[in-house]
Design a protein around this ligand. Structure first.
Ligand code: C5P
Length: 401
């Protein structure tokens, strides 16, 4: 089953769905995984620690200290191959999104170095509340895997969205996540990712930019990290927070992104260029703010071309390096993407077509087609950006093997 000797840390927070975790823990130990359980105080009201300690064959922990003994949360967070918080209550979700550390489960989560998966469980109205939506988005942007909720009868007696995924489903996701990590070709590989827009100054207060949010690149960087890569993210001026667990270099202009890329490219095995780099920049940015004056004609801004960072990587890569680029096309999409494979000497091009609903800038979903220099063309379905990231990283994995 692929779980023998794998270390799974289960975090349980206060929700009626906690009783289902008994079945999950049993299935995990029967598959020879090593399981430790951490519970919040509220969770203890819903399910017996005695049952969980018997099934996991380990003492269940819920206090930061017990008598004169201190629970070493850092050690626990480093012990696990995967941390699964199920059920994830609204309260624990809000604490995770803000880094509030007032119990052992939160201390373990905040010091965990392994991938984290959460299985939300709540009433439908809580599930749809903007605070919940925002909190989940934050967690997702940090690389936490969110297991979708189900639709059905809820503890309140209502019927709707918010049911925790079933234990069998969670078990299957744990198996795929853990086996992915241990067998993936990306384990230990150094990967450079560029993401976000670039801003090209016109004067000290104005710039030429674009609508890129950096979400797709950050989702990719997180997925590469989850699959065992050492990630170096070069991030343009995106409002997204820096993702955790990787080296992040913040840049503003295309030239800064180019310099940061050249500084690290030789050491990297793979370069994934998701950034929406401005093709042109003002030739001579003004040193002080341009002011309008009655009777004075509007300025003419002379533009010069920026270096093409993906093409640079394509031209300078060794035989053991690969480069992956993105293409955003409005017409003749496949033909133009195929051309880009050649002109930029890329191994893989991820094609976004603006004609596809739900694809492109700003939105949380994407629909892409993957093209490789081995003449493969793989159209993917419309998915969330983290799911698209997983599919792209799986394709990179496959390309490597
Ligand atoms: O040529 P085009 O902008 O359509 O190519 C898109 C791909 O090239 C993306 O992967 C993007 O990150 C990369 N690119 C780059 N440097 C540029 C322009 C684009 O790395 N100056």
């Amino acid at each position: 089953m692929g779980l023998t000797g794998k270390k799974i840390l289960i975090g349980i927070s206060g929700s009626i769905a906690a009783y289902k975790i008994i079945l999950l823990v049993r299935q995990l130990t029967q598959s020879d995984a090593l399981v430790k359980v951490v519970m919040t105080k509220a969770a203890v009201d819903f399910v017996s620690p005695l049952v969980l300690s018997t099934l996991s064959r380990q003492k269940v922990l819920s206090d930061l200290s017990e008598g004169d003994a201190w629970a070493n949360h850092v050690e626990l967070g480093r012990w696990a191959d995967l941390m699964v918080i199920a059920p994830l209550s609204c309260n624990t979700l809000a604490k995770m999104a803000t880094g509030l550390c007032d119990n052992l489960l939160m201390a373990v989560y905040l010091s965990a170095t392994c991938p984290v998966m959460v299985c939300p469980a709540m009433d439908e109205d809580m599930w749809h509340h903007p605070a919940t939506r925002d909190n989940l988005k934050r967690l997702s942007s940090w690389g936490v895997q969110i297991v979708p909720v189900g639709n059905g009868s809820l503890a309140s007696g209502l019927v709707g969205e918010g049911r925790m995924a079933e234990p069998e489903q969670i078990f299957d996701l744990i198996v795929s996540q853990v086996s992915l990590k241990s067998t993936g070709a990306l384990q230990g590989k150094k990967v450079l990712v560029t993401a976000g827009p670039t801003y090209e100054p016109i004067d000290p207060v104005r710039f030429i930019g674009n609508h890129s949010s950096g979400k797709m690149g950050i989702a990719l960087a997180n997925e590469l990290k989850t699959q065992g890569a050492e990630v170096h993210l070069i991030l343009g001026p995106s409002t997204a927070p820096d993702p955790a667990g990787m080296q992040v270099v913040r840049v503003r202009t295309a030239l800064e992104m180019f310099e940061a890329t050249k500084a690290i490219f030789d050491e990297c095995d793979i370069a994934v260029m998701t950034a929406a780099v401005a093709d042109f920049r003002p030739a001579k940015p003004l040193e002080s703010k341009y002011k309008k004056q009655a009777g004075k004609a509007p300025p003419i801004i002379e533009l010069i071309e920026n270096p093409d960072i993906l093409a640079y990587c394509g031209k300078h890569k060794r035989a053991d390096q690969i480069s992956v680029g993105f293409a955003l096309e409005t017409n003749d999409a496949i033909k133009n993407a195929q051309k880009k494979l050649i002109t930029k000497s890329a191994n893989i091009i991820v094609l976004n077509s603006l004609q596809d609903k739900g694809a492109g800038f700003g939105v949380d979903t994407n629909k892409v087609t993957l093209l490789t220099d081995r003449q493969q063309i793989m159209p993917l379905a419309l998915m969330s950006k983290p799911e698209v990231a997983k599919a792209i990283v799986n394709a990179i994995n496959e390309y490597l093997t």
